[in-house]
Structures are given as structure tokens and as C-alpha cells.
Design a protein around this ligand. Sequence first.
Ligand SMILES: Nc1nc2c(ncn2[C@@H]2O[C@H](COP(=O)(O)OP(=O)(O)OP(=O)(O)O)[C@@H](O)[C@H]2O)c(=O)[nH]1
Length: 562
Amino acid sequence: MSRFPVENIRNFSIVAHVDHGKSTLADRLLELTGTIDKTKNNKQVLDKLQVERERGITVKAQTASLFHNCEGRQYLLNLIDTPGHVDFSYEVSRSLSACQGVLLVVDANEGIQAQTVANFFLAFEAQLSVIPVINKIDLKNADPERVENQIEKVFDIPSDECIKISAKLGTNVERVLQAVIERIPPPKVHRKNPLRALVFDSTFDQYRGVIANVALFDGVVSKGDKIVSAHTQKTYEVNEVGVLNPNEQPTHKLYAGQVGYLIAGMKNVTEAQIGDTLYLHKQPVEPLPGFKSAKPMVFAGMYPVDQSEYNNLKSAIEKLTLNDSSVTVHRDSSLALGAGWRLGFLGLLHMEVFNQRLELEYNASVILTTPTVPYKAVLSSSKLIKARRAVQKNMIFIDQNRVMLKYLFPLNEIVVDFYDSLKSLSSGYASFDYEDAGYQTAELVKMDILLNGNNVEELVTVVHKDKAHSIGKAICERLKDSLPRQLFEIAIQAAIGSKIIARETVKAYRKNVLAKCYGGDITRKMKLLKRQAEGKKKLRKIGNVEVPKDAFIKVLKTQSSK
Ligand SMILES: Nc1nc2c(ncn2[C@@H]2O[C@H](COP(=O)(O)OP(=O)(O)OP(=O)(O)O)[C@@H](O)[C@H]2O)c(=O)[nH]1
């Protein structure tokens, strides 16, 4: 690695709106630099997670070091591919801390979209060089000139700086590499200073423990070095350092300006904090600023399907949250579901992806409950709490295009659907943040969901009185669609106290008990049908209705859409 002086290093990230072609461009860059062989099978090579391949989206930023020869000089280009969906923008902002520039990919047909703007501002605020790349020029409806003008108008980047490419066909991709070398500055670092490395991401490997992705701001780290975590003050010995090419390739050393991975015997997942600074033993340094923690928007309870699986699930969640530190975890317990956790996610897609990763990567089977928020209830004889609606607090015009509005909102009105609705209503341009304003009294009711008269505790929700009917109805309808039919009829009811406010019925399977009666005696047929009806009545009393896990998720979505 010493062959690469700082001036021959470029650290950059690819950012874009979802599906504009980041991962495809990354594939071409890997091929062009000989990092991977050129075959027809190279599709989103950096999307390594099974969940990413199944859904065709990037959820986790990935790093790859590319070695590139240009005009007789060997360059080391560190590329970070980032997710596009708004739920994962936290991954993007973290990745940018290890970069000096970004490729801002824009679809030549769709033009600038919400995440294009959001990502541009993340890069702009971090003072990174921005190279606009107009992709998919091979599409029939592509209009690169229109997109060029948009870029000039919205981002104030001269249109002649745009590079027009087709990542799919490989057209002009070599010009992107050229621009990375010419327009992105090398990192500003000092190799002679003592080691200062930023942990900007980390993953957990079952056999090797924590693998930390590091960007070296100062100094050198070698295999065998003793290093200290600024966060925990614990000392470790470096077992392995290397670069991701795109798979791990050990090197003996990493130098300031380089980006790679480091394994140092961290076994406990809490030891590897993202944003932590690592330094050499007995050579303490000023820690790097780290990252602002992500703000979860959707909270849900998570329980093992079987309580004997509690410990396995606990360690799976710990390992996965190391991989995805934006999830918040608190212990929780439920009478019906036993011991579990209350998790906070950045959005619904994030929650589903986390759940799917637990299943795919850790073979865990979990129950996810409807999201809830904490309430303080004053119980009076009427059980009623006074209502309070969103109140506007102030409005500030930031500039000609942006306005900042402040409201006082009941938390349950914003926790699930507000962010998504706001984003879709404003085509993603509006952003939203909130802070706790304390408890307020409100007209809330506790709504129970009954299956054949039995209360399903996991579906108990606290809702506003005026919305109870529509939410109750929607939950019953969703449950009706997702509950498997049984031998007996299932009555699904939403109730407030003893008052039923909505009802649906799942019809029973009907076995044709008359199948063997050819023609013949009507009284015998009546007898058989009567016996069947009695049997079902009995079953209905003793039969337990199992609620499958995806039914919980569907109900959760019902609430969010109301
Ligand atoms: N016609 C055409 N299609 C392209 C081009 N580049 C990418 N695509 C297609 O666009 C789709 C999205 O590409 P990806 O590379 O997965 O996009 P992404 O930006 O990484 O998506 P996320 O990671 O989910 O944000 C895929 O079906 C690609 O095959 C291109 O130059 N031309």
C-alpha cells in the first residue's frame, strides 16, 4: 500500500435517487479497472446482501478499492456505493465522511428527483466535489440536455461539467474515471502524525468477529499494532488489515488517506461504535467528530415466535444492529408474547428490510407488533382525555424556495405515516424533524381487536376517538384478508370497551359431508349437516386462532395508511 502516495488517492462515493443506476455504474467501474472480470453476470456486484439481491435495491453502503493506471501513474480509487431510498439516507451521510468527492448520478429520462436534491445537499454541506453524471442515455426517452439544464439551474453546476453515460452499455464510463482523478482532490492527511482512524461502518462475521471499515486521517496502521478505541478506551491488537477489492484482501499496512478494513479481536458488538476514532496505544489523539445519531421514526415491538429462541434472537439483533446502527433497541415485554424488544426504525421499508435480514441471514423467526408510542393516561370515571390538535407555532421563510413550519403535534399522528405522506405529497422535497414537547392531554380511546371474542393483546392500540371507527374497520378488513381459514368461523371485531365498532367474518372451510350420500333419505342428510354445525360450534369455542406474522405487518400498514 506504500506505493500509493496521498496525491494518487481519490476517495469518492456514488449517490443518486433510487434506481438511477448507482450500482450498475459501480459494476462498470469495477470492470474497467480490472477489479472484477468483465462478464455478462456482473449485476449490482456490490449489493452483497441477500435482501438486496431479492429486492433489487441497495440498503447498505459498500466499499471497493480500485487500482487504476492513468498516464503512467498508479491510482488508488476508493469507491463507496450508497443506498438511494430515503429510509437509508443515514448510510449516505456516513459514507460521505470518508470521501472528498461524489458522483451524482441522474437518470437521463427522469431527471432530478427528491433524493438527487437531498444527496447533493449532503455532499455540498460536507464541502465535497460534485461530479454530475447523466445516466441511461441509451433509453429511448432520454433527454440529457434537459437534465443538464436542470442540474445547472438547481445546483448551479455548469452544464459542460456533466458527463453523459450509459452505465448499462458502458458508454463514456472511462470519462467518469478520468473526472474522478482530475476533479476530486486527494485527501488532506498527514502520514507522519500518529494514527487517527475513523470507524465509518462495521459488519459482524460469525468467525472473525467485528470487521470495522476505517478511513485513515493520519498515520499508519499495521498488522500487530496495539490500538485503542477512543470511545471505550479498550486496547486491542490488530489481527488483520486490508482493502476491499471488492472482497477483503489483506495488506500488511494501511496509510493515511486510504480506506480499508481492520479486524482487531472485537468480539462484543457494543465495542465497535460507528463514528469511533482508533489510535495507537500510548499515542492518544484528538478524536474525530463522529456522527450525529439517526432519528428513528417508526417503533415496533419484536418478539421471538418461541421464547426458547430468546437468546438466539437477542444475539442476532445485536449483530444486525452492529451492521445497521440506525436501529434503536430497548428491552420490552408483553403478557402474550413474553420477553422481547422495542425497536426504532427510520421508516417502514427499513423495518421490513431489518425483519427480512433477520430471517435470511440469521434464520430467525419473529413477531413484529403494531407500532406504539408511550402515553400518560389519567384514569377518571369517564375515562376520557381532552383532545388537542396540531397547533401551528411559527413559520419562517428560509429563502425564496424554502419555508420552515413549526407545529405542536400529537406524537401518534406523526410516528408512522406522517413522514411518508409528507414526502410523497411534496415529491420528497419537504423534510421533517421533531423533538419531544412533553405529554399533552388528548381524547384517546383504547381499541381492542377480538378474534372469536378473545382479545389479541398485541393488536391493542390507542387511537384518537374520531379515528377509531375507520382504523378499527380497516384492521378488521386486513385481518380478514390475511388470516388463514380454519375449520370454524372466525369473528374479527374491533371494540372500545364493551362497544363493538367494526366486524368482519372469516368463513369456515366447508367439508362436503354429504359427498357419500347418493340421492336417498333427506332426514339422514339433515342429520349429517346438523352434526357438522354442532361440531363447528364446539371447535369455535376451543379453537385457537393463530395470527400469522405477516398479518401483524399488514395491520401495521393499515394503521399507517389511515
Ligand atoms: N437502459 C438503462 N438502464 C440502466 C442503466 N443503468 C442502470 N440501468 C437499470 O436501472 C435499474 C436500476 O439500476 P441500479 O444500478 O440497481 O440502481 P441503483 O441506483 O443502484 O438503485 P438503488 O441501489 O436501489 O438505489 C436496473 O434495472 C439497471 O439495469 C443504463 O445506463 N441504461
